[in-house]
Design a protein around this ligand. Structure first.
Ligand code: 9MR
Length: 755
């Protein structure tokens, strides 16, 4: 990108030396409050901004009709930055009428690498905004630039103050990570209680556990582990499992180090179950989100319901043949339009993808099904009063209501009878190009397009609909019949088109690829679900014909949307069915063996979790870990062996703060938690006029692949556990997604109910 700009006559009338603030941070901008009667320092603007200055504000009228944010700029050059040093950018600004602003501290030439950023839509109310960042590069002359372009109408921008602080005070604001890493939410009174200490010492150290009143309640010695490969840190472990007194505000102490506070309680996971499940209502598409149900700040008009500026999803056509040729190497298109309104938005983006929708729905249904089969029917997960959703109280359990919202969407993605590929499911629907955020769904003006059907999507629809059919059967028989018919039809269509794969693309077509060219696992999953639902031999025969029937399906990096055989296997092991005894024994033994293998991994991990993939941490590693925990939880359900229950409890510590970064990956849980995940709509971290990431949302987590520019710049060379940054620019380590929150809800429900 280039920043066409010209210097105009805002010359340095008064250049002041850098100011030392009381807190010993250094101010890099002259006259941050614009208190002088003449503008101080080297400010400039592009010619399409008519600038005026008087004490108290630097203002300018931005011409309308520019296209890109960087088509209209106000800036300040010559800022020195030191790599590794902490900075705080603070501004107050307003716009009248409204206008878009991106404030960036960045390299002043190609590639314009940003160091700190604040993005906002400005309105006439003055907004006070700040951003802390640590400089990634040494720079003699970086710039602070305000990108103000992209508005069709002219508007007036005012900057009421601008400050860039460098040094210790800014660093103190950014905060340090306590050396003792704990589950910042809760340990079970009768569960394992371990923490990990990051420390240089080779010898054991003394630890004490203190209560909220400071009373010493337990003590012991740490166990040194040396250098831990997944965190790149030298660590020791602390085991206080013997202490079983429930309470809040406990802390561990080692030498001068103090842990964050935590509870010992059996009650922590019921609220997490509710919060994790409540995520889904907030990301529904095609329905108004009621603030009285979703909570303050989360109400919004329906998105993608055919109301301008939305251009979907009530009548969506297919990708044009020219673009299709680029992506699919064939001029595929279609002559029909589909009503694909509804469903959930996939993640931070507004795409709706059948494979991901399928597995997320299956695991949401799984929360209900596990409660049905293993809670003596006593779990709140089975009730019609669990969630704050419009359907609460309609006589249908809330989890089924929520799942139906997506099941209906999945079925609507089916190619109509009489068309080529009839009965197949379109792989996905999303914008023809990516919108720029922050953005609420109802304001998205991108044309929406259906992508080519795929075998994987069709089988995901078949599997999720088949599972839905057995769970809805006692509650809404007509709907269950519809689901089963859709599942059978989809399976048959997939059999007729067994190798229609979703390819990789160059990522520039407005949505994720969800590439998958091996659908043997999807066939196994769909056939298994159809068998579990119908008890029909014909489906069992198909499932048994799969290489996955007796092949290895549990891998170190967990099952996922791409690799679903493990999910099929745990359902075969846990769902009551007509599976012959011998088969059931073999299936269950395979789940137990897998669980034992995960327990071995856990025993080697100084951070107590059960995820050790062969090569680095993958995209959404937190969900991969949770899937492994779900396998172990299933082993507990089918055997009653409490080692499995305790292993799941301990592994949850990692998600909630016992990890290399001392960060809880669940928003709103713990003392330090992810809250700046990438999301077009939950983007309060870049613009406070948007809602924040909701409580109970799971961040994707460390991703050794570092697949975004920000992560590459900030995290290069990271140890696997440390390849994460809680910044909304890092979509490859820090996004939220339906297929991550569904397993979170599953494991939270298990932990809430299993005793
Ligand atoms: O979760 C997906 C991950 O497994 C893939 O490696 C990655 C790249 O293709 O895409 C992830 O899914 C994203 C999707 O493509 C678009 N919506 C957001 C998803 C979560 O990041």
């Amino acid at each position: 990108m280039t920043h066409p700009r010209a210097m105009i006559g805002l010359l340095a009338l008064l250049a002041l030396p850098a100011l030392e603030t009381a807190a010993s941070a250094t101010e890099l901008l002259p006259d941050p409050a614009f208190a002088k009667s003449a503008l101080a320092g080297d400010w400039w603007a592009t010619p399409n901004i008519k600038v005026d200055y008087k004490a108290g504000a630097l203002c300018g009228v931005v011409e309308g009709g520019t296209k890109e944010p960087w088509d209209a700029l106000v800036g300040f050059n010559g800022l020195g930055l030191t790599r590794g040093e902490a900075y705080r950018l603070s501004i107050s600004a307003s716009g009248n009428p409204e206008g878009p602003m991106r404030a960036l501290v960045q390299k002043a030439s190609e590639p314009w690498t940003p160091e700190g950023e604040i993005s906002r839509r400005l309105s006439s109310d003055k907004q006070v905004l700040s951003e802390d960042f640590v400089a990634g590069e040494n720079q003699k002359a970086a710039q602070l630039v305000f990108q103000l372009g992209g508005s069709p109408a002219a508007w007036r921008f005012c900057l009421h103050s601008a400050s860039l602080l460098a040094g210790p005070a800014a660093a103190a604001e950014a905060g340090g990570v306590p050396a003792i890493r704990v589950n910042q939410t809760a340990y079970f009174p009768d569960g394992p209680k371990r923490a990990t200490l990051v420390h240089k010492a080779d010898a054991p150290l003394d630890w004490t556990l203190v209560s909220s009143t400071g009373e010493r309640v337990a003590a012991g010695q740490t166990r040194p582990h040396g250098l831990d490969p997944s965190s790149g840190l030298k660590v020791q472990s602390i085991d206080f499992s013997d202490f079983a007194q429930a309470g809040d505000g406990y802390r561990l102490l080692v030498g001068g180090e103090t842990s964050p506070p935590f509870s010992i309680s059996s009650d922590a996971y019921a609220p997490l179950r509710t919060d994790a499940l409540s995520y889904f209502y907030k990301v529904r598409s095609g329905i108004e989100i009621r603030e009285d149900l979703a909570g303050e700040g989360y109400g919004r008009p329906a998105g993608h319901l055919g109301v301008s500026p939305n251009r979907g999803d009530t009548s969506v056509g297919c990708l044009d043949a020219r673009t299709a040729r680029k992506i699919y190497s064939e001029a595929w298109s279609c002559g029909y339009r589909l009503d694909v309104a509804g469903g959930w938005y996939d993640a931070g983006d507004f795409g709706k993808y059948v494979v991901n929708g399928g597995i997320a729905t299956a695991q949401l249904l799984g929360v209900y099904e596990r409660a049905l089969n293993f809670s003596r029917r006593a779990s709140p997960a089975l009730t019609d009063s669990l969630l704050s959703i419009p359907e609460a109280g309609n006589g249908v359990p809330d989890i089924l209501d929520e799942a139906r919202w997506e099941l209906d969407f999945l079925m609507s993605m089916t190619v109509p009878e009489g068309e080529p590929l009839a009965g197949m499911a379109h792989h996905k629907v999303h914008g023809a190009s990516w919108p720029s955020g922050p953005l609420m769904p109802h304001r998205d003006d991108k044309a929406r397009v259906l992508h080519r059907p795929s075998t994987a999507a069709t089988l995901n629809l078949a599997a999720a609909a088949a599972q839905g059919a057995r769970l809805f059967a006692p509650i809404d028989a007509a709907y269950a019949d519809r689901l089963l018919a859709a599942a059978v039809r989809a399976y048959r269509a997939a059999e007729a088109n067994p190798a229609l794969f979703a390819p990789y693309s160059d990522g520039s077509h407005g949505g994720g690829d969800y590439q998958d060219d091996n659908v043997s696992d999807e066939f196994y999953w769909a056939a298994s679900e159809l068998f579990l639902t119908t008890g029909d031999e014909a489906w069992l025969k198909r499932a048994k014909a799969s290489p996955h029937w007796s092949g290895p399906v549990f891998h170190p990096d967990g099952f996922s949307w791409r690799s679903v055989a493990g999910l099929a296997r745990i359902h075969l092991a846990a769902v009551p069915s007509r599976l012959p005894e011998r088969d059931l024994t073999a299936v269950r033994a395979s789940v137990r063996d897998a669980a034992d293998a995960y327990l071995k991994v856990q025993a080697q991990e100084a951070f107590g979790f059960m995820y050790r993939p062969d090569a680095g941490f993958g995209w959404g590693s937190n969900q991969s870990l949770i899937q492994n925990m779900i396998v172990v939880a299933t082993a507990y359900d089918i055997t009653g062996d409490r080692r499995y229950l305790q292993a799941v409890r301990e592994s949850m510590d990692y998600i909630l703060g016992r990890n290399a970064l001392g960060n809880s990956y669940v928003t709103g849980y713990g003392t330090t938690y992810s809250k700046n995940q990438f999301s077009y709509m939950f983007s309060a971290s870049t613009d406070p006029s948007y809602p924040p990431v909701p409580k109970g949302a799971l961040a994707g987590g460390p991703n050794s692949g570092l697949a975004d520019d920000y992560a590459i710049r900030k995290l290069e060379g990271c140890a696997p556990q440390a390849c994460y940054v809680d910044d909304s620019r890092s979509f490859s380590t820090n996004e939220i997604a339906i297929n991550w929150n569904a397993p979170l809800a599953w494991i939270a429900s298990f932990l809430a109910d299993a005793r």
